[in-house]
Every structure is written in C-alpha cells, then in structure tokens.
Design a protein around this ligand. Structure first.
Ligand code: CUA
Length: 350
C-alpha cells in the first residue's frame, strides 16, 4: 500500500511538472516549431540525435530484459559458473565500433551544419544589419540603407539577412529561437550570423546571456514581412520626417516636452547612427513598449514617470528632470502617433 502511494506521488509530480513546463512554450518563441532555415537545421539535428538515442535505449533495454529473464539462476544451478568472456576480441571490437559509428552519425551533420551556419563569405550579396546590444535594449542599424531603429527588427522573408553583433557594454546573446540559434554579443569582437525566415510573422527574441538585473526583460521582436512590404517599410522609414507636426494639440505639446525634458538628447527620431538610447523612428508601430510592456498609453506613462520600476538597472532612470504624469501623458500621445509606415507587425499577421 505504501509503495502504491509513493508511485502515485511520483506520477503526480511528473504530471504537475509537465503541466507547468507546458506553460513555457510560445508558438513564436520555440526552437521546436522552426520558421527559419537555421532553426530548421537545428531541428533536423534534434530529431536525428533523438532517434539515435531512442534506438540505443530500446536495444539496451531489450538486451537487459532478455538477459534477466533467460540467464537468471535456476534451481539446481547454484554452483554453475557461466562461460567467461573477459578479453573476448570479437565482443570488445563490437562494443567499441558500434558507439563510434553512432557518434559519427551525429557528429558529421553537426559539424557540416556548424560550418554552413557560420559561413559569412557571401554576406556582401545580402542585406546587412549591424546589431548593438545595450543594457537592456537592442539597436538595429541597416547599414546599406542608412536607417536605424530599435527593438523591432524588420526583415524580408525568404532572404538571408546577415546581422553583425557587437555590444556597447557587457556580453549579451542574440536569440530568436523560431528562426535561428543563439550568438554571443561581445563588446570586444564582432560576431556574424544570418536570419532567414520562411514565412511572415512576428518572432520573439530574447537576450540569452545574463547581463544584469533586467536581463530577462531584454526582449525584442523580429518582424518578417514579404520582400515587397519590406521595400515599402525601408522607403517609409527613410522618408520619415522627424520634424513633422503631430495632428492633435496634446501630441504637439508632447513633442515640445520631448525636447524640453531632454528626451531628444538620447533618443533619435529619424535616421541617426548615434544611439545613446533606443531610436524611436517607428515607435507608434512597436509591438511592445520598452521591449516588454503591452503598447498602451497607461504603460507608456508609467514607464516615462518611473522606468526603474519596470526595468531595474536601466540607463534611462535619472537621466532627465522629473516628469509629471500629465506631462508623461502628453509625451506618450506624441510618441504613440509616430507611425511612419503602413507596414506594421499587424501586417505580418501578429
Ligand atoms: Cu542582455 Cu541578458
């Protein structure tokens, strides 16, 4: 009876853990539903190694059970000593060669894929984006098109986009599991990888290297759109006029406050390679505010009034004079109406 209760307890623990872990999966944040060529290669390797391991497990278990059943000591055999196989050449060769073959089956494709994924010799023929990691946000510089943005990275589907990764402070790690593997973002050397999305979508990106108190909040998005939409987006972003007057009076006041409260000293609107803080050129179209907050006015106001509360250790805190809730509301109105392009995360089927 005691044993049965123990088993029930273990079964319950497994079920609860499975249920808990099931909550971790997000359709656009998983390597198990690949939506890009690099992620597909990782998935191929995951399947290959799982198949090999499962086969080994099954064969070992069958042999184990057969030996247990067939060669157990029987009545009248108490003094029987079975044939000794120590030093048996054939057996030694068999159980050395089989594991070597299995390791080779897994190692050869892994090494081939590793070199393929690291190959940036053809980067010049493709789109190149310089990515800078910062505590706790991402800067994207479309070097060929001379335009900049942050947090939402637009790429065309069906094309290789080479990203060149460098950090402005500590080591981060760039990871969009649905599209590609992760790559370290170091302050001292540039790492290059490519993204190639198969279909339109908004794919979740994460910093995958502990980089400070808000590491887990250093999210970003990759927005994959059709090549036509991408061209449109680039055109709109380049033609965006940062000086344009907003329609409403409140937003106009917000625009003035944006300058008076020195927000503009760190945040560029429009193309600018300098980025002390996130570039806000397409802010009104962002999927999230500050990378993590649902894009509502209330959230934006709270963020502007007290960023430390939302993202501890961020570098915006204390960099500007006090902003009241009312003033923050006006700045929010201004920022939320900055929508330079009709190509948005929604058009990518968010
Ligand atoms: Cu950046 Cu963790």
């Amino acid at each position: 009876m005691k044993g049965a209760i123990g088993k029930i307890k273990i079964a319950f623990l497994f079920a609860a853990t499975a249920l808990f872990l099931a909550g971790c999966g997000k359709e656009n944040l998983t390597a198990l539903v690949p939506k890009g060529s690099s992620a597909q290669k990782s998935m191929d390797l995951i399947i290959l190694t799982t198949v090999v391991m499962t086969l080994v497990f099954i064969v070992v278990m069958i042999l184990f059970v057969v030996v247990l059943a067939r060669y157990r000591r029987k009545k009248g055999q108490e003094d029987y000593i079975p044939e000794q196989v120590e030093g048996n050449k054939t057996l030694e060769i068999v159980w050395t060669v089989i594991p070597i073959i299995l390791v080779l089956i897994m190692a050869v494709p892994t090494v081939v894929y590793t070199f393929e994924l690291a190959d940036d010799s053809k980067a010049k023929d493709h789109i190149n984006i310089s990515v800078k990691g910062n505590q706790y946000w991402w800067h994207f510089d479309y070097t060929d098109d001379k335009l900049q943005t942050s947090q939402d990275l637009y790429i065309p589907t069906g094309e290789k986009v080479f990203i060149h990764l460098l950090s402005n402070d500590v080591t981060h790690s760039f990871w969009v599991p649905s599209i590609a593997g992760k790559m370290d973002v170091n302050p001292e050397n540039e790492n290059t990888m490519y993204l190639e999305a198969h279909e339109e979508g908004v794919y979740w990106g994460k910093c995958a290297e502990f980089c400070g108190p808000s590491h887990s909040l250093m999210d970003f998005k990759v927005i994959a759109v059709s090549p036509d939409k991408y061209k449109q987006w680039v055109k709109d972003m380049k033609e965006m006029d940062p000086k344009e007057k907003p329609e409403t009076t409140v937003a106009q006041e917000g625009q003035k406050l944006f300058e008076e409260k020195s927000c503009i000293a760190c945040h560029a609107i429009g193309p600018s390679p300098v980025a002390v803080g996130p570039n806000l050129t397409d802010f009104g179209n962002r999927t999230k505010y500050a990378g993590i907050l649902e894009p509502t006015k209330e959230n934006l106001v709270n963020w502007i009034v007290d960023p430390e509360k939302e993202k501890p250790g961020n570098k915006m805190t204390g960099k500007y004079p006090n902003v009241s809730k009312e003033e923050a509301g006006k700045i929010a109105e201004y920022l939320m109406q900055i929508k330079p392009s009709s190509v948005t995360p929604e058009t990518a089927g968010k």
